[in-house]
Design a binder for this molecule. Structure first.
Ligand SMILES: Cc1cc2nc3c(=O)[nH]c(=O)nc-3n(C[C@H](O)[C@H](O)[C@H](O)COP(=O)(O)O)c2cc1C
Length: 184
């Protein structure tokens, strides 16, 4: 039987991203039970409503990857109590209907199962998760109820190293299991 496909979206483009580190924890836990891939959206163009039809090839490819996935799992930092601009740019591209006449308003995010995780400062990413929840509800995605917000230890910002605690790992593993159950 084919394994469910989960597409990871990392909200940070930073080499050594702590959110990427959490995604690695999730991937390890799901190993052998789900097919994991990560969306590379670093070089997508800035959204331009005049360039939607036909969509640039990189946008069409990103949409195809989302469309083919059974779930999308976003791991993201919080920037100024909100989402990184690059992530919002991606969501704006993904939020547009594929039908140029707009008679069919379906997008690749309509009904898509989406999970949210954030490693951030003291807010545990409450700001970015709250705002992404609003957007994804607006887009009629199917959000996983369990979200994970992790307060990064202060020393991670000093050393540039983050080793998830046992509690952090457990939280991500629980979320992974729930996500898998929801699409299985
Ligand atoms: C522009 C900018 C704004 C930030 N704003 C917040 C914030 O509002 N809340 C917070 O918890 N952390 C904030 N941070 C700190 C990030 O949470 C932290 O740098 C985190 O490690 C970034 O995630 P990454 O390791 O996956 O790149 C901000 C960082 C940057 C660069």
């Amino acid at each position: 039987m084919p394994q469910p496909r989960i597409l990871f979206v990392i909200g940070s483009l930073r080499k050594g991203s702590f959110n990427q580190r959490l995604a690695d924890v999730a991937a390890k836990h799901l190993d052998g039970r789900a097919e994991i891939s990560t969306l590379d959206y670093r070089d997508l163009p800035q959204f331009d409503q005049g360039e939607e039809f036909p969509a640039p090839p990189s946008i069409a490819d990103a949409r195809e990857q989302v469309s083919q996935a059974d779930a999308v799992w976003i791991f993201t930092p919080e920037y100024n109590y909100s989402y990184p601009g690059t992530l919002k740019n991606l969501l704006d591209w993904l939020s547009r209907p594929l039908d140029p006449t707009f008679q069919d308003k379906t997008t690749v995010l309509t009904g898509k199962k989406v999970a949210l995780t954030s490693a951030a400062g003291k807010s545990a990413g409450a700001g970015v998760r709250g705002k992404l929840t609003e957007i994804l509800d607006f887009l009629k995605s199917d959000l996983l109820g369990r979200q994970v917000g992790i307060v990064l230890p202060g020393e991670a910002f000093v050393t540039g190293e983050y080793e998830p605690s046992a509690d952090d790992v457990k939280a991500v593993e629980l979320q992974a299991d729930e996500l898998l159950d929801s699409i299985g």
